[in-house]
Write a protein that binds this ligand. Sequence first.
Ligand code: DX5
Ligand code: ZN
Length: 237
Amino acid sequence: RPPTAIAPSILSSDFARLAEECQRMVDLGADWLHVDVMDGHFVPNLTLGAPIVKSLRKHTAAFLDVHLMVTHPAQWVKEFAAAGANMYTFHLEAAAAGDDTAAALAALQAAGDAGLPAVHELVASIQAAGMLAGITIKPGTPVELLLPYIAAIDMVLIMTVEPGFGGQSFMPPMMDKVRFLRSRFPDLYIEVDGGLAPDTIQAAAEAGANAIVAGSAIFGAADPGAVIRQLREAVDS
Ligand code: DX5
Ligand code: ZN
């Protein structure tokens, strides 16, 4: 199984002090920095894009784990690669049908075991651009729909809240998805994102998650380094 990665979500940081906030997290033991890109269409919130990643890259050598909550994930691959992103994780629903999640689920079901060509092509283009490729699913999307792509990708991200905002409550039923994947793919990076904190990490760790995103639990803590250590110890034990 790949090494544990604790990934503070910079969505909960002070955007006006991004470089210092990121350095602080690295100094406190963060493995990756999780960067939430939202376009105001795929999710009802607007955050940042490749120019910020490009600026940030000048200040940090950290692994940038970029989560694209955007309608057209294929549109931004080259820009994020050039900006210095390391992991490019897109929503399976968006790759299948943009904003229309119901249409996406129907198309993904209809594609069967072979999967959708557009998704395979997007994964290949991310890797050809020199990034690792991740695929994520919203809470309402069945985990089985990921199966056609797993052999080709570097990470699965199981959303444990509806994407769009930090500070929401962890959804325990999503752990069934993590268990399903871990039982079949012992070497896969399985990331969880949304509501991860010292009181929810045990469930995620037991299910088999090994990449942990946490925003408000880390940035909101009096001792963020202690939270990072607690998360890591739960996954490693
Ligand atoms: C939500 C984002 C998360 C968010 C997590 O759409 O993908 O990365 O920052 O925040 P917390 O840890 O506060 O739930
Ligand atoms: Zn995220």
